[in-house]
Design a binder for this molecule. Structure first.
Ligand code: ZN
Length: 294
């Protein structure tokens, strides 16, 4: 099942996407079955029975043409957005960093989230905003101190994510401000949908690409992850209880703008597209952010 959050009369609604690429349509799940909750996070919290009911609701009934809905981030209100740095060997190498024995972990504030087609706003406080295509894990069940062999059972599904990064903040601010450099509003596009884990039989082998204005900038496969999906979920669950709807951005492959000669940074008018095999394309335009005192 492909779960979405979409806007209707100013309110978020939970939907599922039906059909194939040229003929997609969205079903309003709560309109089909009023017992279904009003957010994807709540749906995940309610567990397998609610997801089965959602699947049944998705099978038939009236639908809205995909092009007519405004999609929001499929999970609007995660408690945590956890990110993995330097998780592809080629990307670690291009940044001059050495991949360690354990992953580099940081966070983004949930106010960074945006849906497909929502603008990435370039903050006036940065001149070096960069792109990063990433596979995102969505947690499905409360998870604490999971052994690695159980970790996959706690994953709800996967989505395309974009870890937008202000490199000047990340590299030059005191103490290297990964958290702030990655947390300007609009710096975490997610979507277009959350593909449930049953639809993604091998998440550790998915082609992933970033296009900037149609040109391929990053191209790899999740089989290149240094710390794979089950390891990450287990590792993080030993520190912090993972909750339904929590997001894990799993890191980006080589080809980021800051490592290029000359460097490439995002500018107003750009369009970014993250495409992951089986997970669709997450497209976002880039705009100038609000100027100080404006
Ligand atoms: Zn990243």
């Amino acid at each position: 099942m492909r779960l979405v959050t979409f806007q209707s009369n100013g309110q978020p609604r939970v939907g599922c996407v039906r059909g194939d690429q040229d003929n997609l349509e969205v079903i309003d799940l709560a309109a089909r079955d009023p017992r279904l909750p009003g957010s994807v996070k709540q749906l995940l919290e309610q567990g397998a029975a609610a997801l089965d009911a959602a699947r049944r609701a998705c099978e038939s009934g009236p639908a809205i043409p995909y092009g007519e809905v405004t999609l929001l981030a499929p999970v609007l209100d995660p408690q945590k957005i956890i990110c993995v740095g330097l998780n592809y060997a080629d990307h670690a190498k291009e940044t001059g960093a050495k991949a360690g024995d354990e992953p580099v972990i940081f966070c983004k504030f949930p106010t960074t989230l945006r849906g497909p087609e929502a603008p990435i706003e370039l903050p006036p406080e940065s001149n070096e905003v960069d792109y990063e295509a990433e596979l995102v894990i969505v947690i499905g069940r409360r998870a604490r101190r999971l052994p690695r062999q159980d970790a996959m059972n706690y994953i709800a599904g996967y989505a395309c994510g974009h870890d937008v990064s202000a490199r000047d903040w990340q590299k030059n601010k005191p103490g290297k401000q990964w958290l702030l450099g990655k947390s300007f509003d609009s710096f975490a596009p997610l979507g277009p949908w959350l593909a449930t884990a049953d639809e993604v039989p091998n998440p550790g082998n998915l082609a992933i690409a970033m296009r900037l204005n149609g040109q391929i900038m990053q191209q790899s496969n999740t089989n290149q992850l240094i710390f794979p999906i089950d390891y990450l979920v287990s590792y993080l669950s030993h520190v912090s209880t993972l909750l339904p709807g929590d997001l894990i951005y799993t890191g980006t492959p080589s080809g980021v703008g800051v490592a290029r000669t000359p460097p490439v940074f995002l500018k107003p008018g750009d369009v970014t597209e993250v495409t992951i095999q089986g997970l669709g394309t997450l497209r976002n335009p880039v705009v100038a952010g609000v100027k100080p005192n404006a």
